[in-house]
Structure formats: structure tokens, C-alpha cells
Write a protein that binds this ligand. Structure first.
Ligand code: HEM
Ligand code: NAG
Length: 334
């Protein structure tokens, strides 16, 4: 009925595309090709609520999952297409077991379960990658971080990147800052995005093996990393004794507030208590160090810039139009 009324208001000045947009994507002759904030408003109006409730329930169950969802989104997003969610099968090798992800990336079940809820409300309409993108935003918001508008209409990939390509594209905590920056710039992100998005390490945890080389024999010196604060060093040596058995123990990336999305990541770096070598390395370059100093002083500046950089991140390499598909379950292609 609302639709008929709107059609009566049609005048030739109203664009043809606007009229098309009145139809549900499933019945429209041109179902694809848009990418905007209202993409599912008519076809799945409760999507934001379903995602928010799903993330809320998951965080209630496991505080750390907010951080894990944010990282899951990042690891998908050097080509945001939900390819990271695909399981390995006999004749298909997905990304879950690639080196940067295996026994490290978490939160897959949360997205699978939210997708199942979404399918019950609006079957075949919403892509897994849009759900993951919204879930990461909700996770940050729930942790006290900023809101950002999520454009929607991404479609799910049909393939996964190879192990070699995942490892080559995602940053490693032990490579130099120039290498990390290069990995961001090929994706259209800049040096400021590197500093801002690294601020995601204001939440969550890292396993000892990702930074233990800093604690005992840094680069063959027989000494700890000189850029690591002495009392932080003692704490970390207790958490991560110099034996393989400690490799998978966890340390907070931001020990003052591991579950709170604030700017303390940057105040840590100013005090030489950054956890990863790649975190503290932001103080070793004048350009990145000056961003760190600003974000440590101005929390709102960090919030605003983080929101803007997340919008950029979440739009990298998206599939729209007739590319890809809307997966029925996130762990396998249709
Ligand atoms: C700049 C280069 C980056 C490097 C080298 C890096 C590296 C790492 C490493 C090694 C861990 C610990 C993984 C483990 O121990 O299993 C980690 C955790 C994490 N990373 Fe990054 N990361 C980077 C950028 C980012 C970005 C851009 C985001 C998101 C926007 C992000 C979000 C996270 C989060 C939230 C965690 C904690 C996850 C959890 O507790 O489950 N990281 N990162
Ligand atoms: C950094 O990048 C250079 C040039 O691409 C490469 O030769 C070097 O192996 C990289 N270093 C690390 C530690 O990955």
C-alpha cells in the first residue's frame, strides 16, 4: 500500500532508479549495483538489531570476543568478501588455516550464528561480509569506542586467497614498519591509517609467541628489546617464560584496559609499554610518532579518525553488482 502511494507521487523528475529502489532487491529487475547505508532498509529492516543482539550475547558470554570480531573483520578486509569465513574442504583450501589466522583468529561461530538468525528473518538477502562488517562496528561500540556508518551491499566471495597470498598481504608483528606501511598502501590506506587502525590494539590479547622475541634475546643481542619499559618487561617475562610451553599464553595488548576501547594504546606507546614490536615501532619514526602523540593527548581525535579509517578499511576490494553471491551459510559457498 505504501508502495502504491509512493508511486502516485511519481513525477518525471523523480529518477527511474529511485522508483526501482522501491522494490525489494529480490523482485527488482536490477537487484544489485547499489552500495549505501540503506541497502537493506526495506528487504531486511531488523538487520541492525539482529546483529547488535548477536554481538551483545556473544560478548556477554566472552568479553574478549569483541576484540576478536574486530580482528576477524580486519583479516577479511584486505579484500572484504567474507572469504575468511569459508571452511576448508577436500577440494578447497580456505583462509582459516593460513599462517596469520590459524589458532589465532577467533569469532567465526558468532558470525555463523548471527547469519542463521538473519536467514530466519530475511532469507537469501544479506551477505555474510555485510554481517561481519556490522558486527565489527557493534563490537567497537559495545566496548566504548566510536560509531561509524556502515555502507551496505557487499557481496560474498566465491573463492579464498591462497595461503601464500594471505601471509604476503597481512602484516606481521615482526616485520619493519616500512613493510607494514607498504602492505597498507597497496590497499589504498596511508601511513595515518596504519597508526589509527593499530589503535585497535586497545582491546584484546596476543599470544606470547608473537612478542616473546622481545623479552630475552632481541635480535641476537642476548638482551631484551631496549624499547620495552623495564617493569613491563618483568611482567611479560613472568607471563611468558622463556620456554616453548608458554607460546600460547595470553597477554593483553593494552594492559591498563584490555576490554575498553579507549586511547590508552597510544599512552602505552608513549611510555614504552607497547606489546608487539610492530606497536612500539610506531614511536621509532617521526611521522608515526607524531600521530601517536596526538592520539595520546586527544581521545576524540582518535575516535573520529578511527571511525573514518574503519570506513576505508571496510570498503577495500568489495564485490558489488552481479559479482560474488549472497551465501546461505557463511562457512561455504552456495
Ligand atoms: C598494523 C599491523 C598489525 C599487526 C602487525 C597486527 C598483529 C597482531 C597480532 C600478532 C595479534 C595477536 C594475535 C595472536 O596472538 O593470536 C593481534 C591481535 C589483534 N589485532 Fe592486530 N595487527 C595489526 C593491525 C590490526 C588492525 C588494523 C586491527 C583492526 C582494525 C587489529 C586488531 C586486532 C585485535 C582487536 C587483536 C586482538 C584479538 C583478540 O583478542 O582476539 N590489528 N594483532
Ligand atoms: C621487508 O620488505 C623487503 C622489501 O620488500 C623484503 O626484502 C624484506 O624481506 C621484508 N622484511 C621482512 C622482515 O619481512
Amino acid at each position: 500500500m505504501g508502495r502504491n502511494k509512493l508511486l502516485l507521487l511519481y513525477t518525471p523528475t523523480v529518477s527511474f532508479l529511485f522508483i526501482l529502489s522501491l522494490f525489494d532487491p529480490i523482485v527488482s529487475p536490477f537487484p544489485y549495483g547499489q552500495f549505501d547505508n540503506n541497502y537493506y532498509d526495506r528487504s531486511c529492516p531488523y538487520l541492525p538489531v539482529i546483529v547488535r543482539n548477536g554481538v551483545r550475547a556473544a560478548v556477554w558470554n566472552d568479553n574478549r570476543i569483541a576484540a576478536s570480531l574486530l580482528r576477524l573483520h580486519f583479516h577479511d578486509c584486505f579484500g572484504c568478501d567474507a572469504s575468511i569465513l569459508l571452511d576448508d574442504t577436500d577440494d578447497f583450501k580456505g583462509e582459516k588455516n593460513a599462517l596469520p589466522n590459524r589458532k589465532s583468529v577467533r569469532g567465526y561461530e558468532v558470525i555463523d550464528s548471527i547469519k542463521a538468525d538473519v536467514e530466519r528473518a530475511c532469507p537469501w538477502i544479506v551477505s555474510c561480509v555485510d554481517i561481519l562488517t556490522l558486527a565489527a562496528r557493534e563490537a567497537v561500540l559495545l566496548s566504548g569506542g566510536p560509531f561509524w556508518p556502515v555502507q551496505l551491499g557487499r557481496r560474498d566471495g566465491l573463492t579464498a586467497a591462497s595461503e601464500a597470498s594471505v601471509s604476503a598481504q597481512l602484516p606481521s608483528p615482526i616485520e619493519p614498519l616500512e613493510n607494514i606501511t607498504a602492505k597498507f598502501t597497496v590497499k589504498g590506506l596511508d601511513i595515518k591509517d596504519v597508526v589509527v587502525l593499530s589503535g585497535a590494539h586497545t582491546v584484546g590479547f596476543a599470544q606470547c609467541f608473537t612478542f616473546k622475541h622481545r623479552l630475552f634475546n632481541f635480535k641476537g643481542s642476548g638482551q631484551p628489546d631496549p624499547t620495552l619499559d623495564a617493569s613491563a618487561l618483568t611482567n611479560l617475562q613472568n607471563t611468558c617464560p622463556n620456554q616453548d610451553a608458554s607460546n600460547n599464553k595470553l597477554a593483553p595488548l593494552d594492559s591498563p584496559s584490555a576490554y575498553r576501547f579507549d586511547n590508552s594504546y597510544y599512552t602505552n606507546l608513549m611510555r614504552n609499554t607497547g606489546l608487539l614490536e610492530s606497536d612500539q615501532a610506531l614511536m621509532g619514526d617521526p611521522t608515526t610518532a607524531s600521530f601517536v602523540r596526538s592520539y595520546s593527548m586527544y581521545p576524540y581525535l582518535f575516535s573520529n579518525d578511527f571511525a573514518a579509517s574503519m570506513v576505508k578499511l571496510s570498503n577495500i576490494g568489495v564485490l558489488t553488482g552481479a559479482d560474488g553471491q549472497i551465501r546461505r551459510v557463511c562457512s561455504s559457498v552456495n
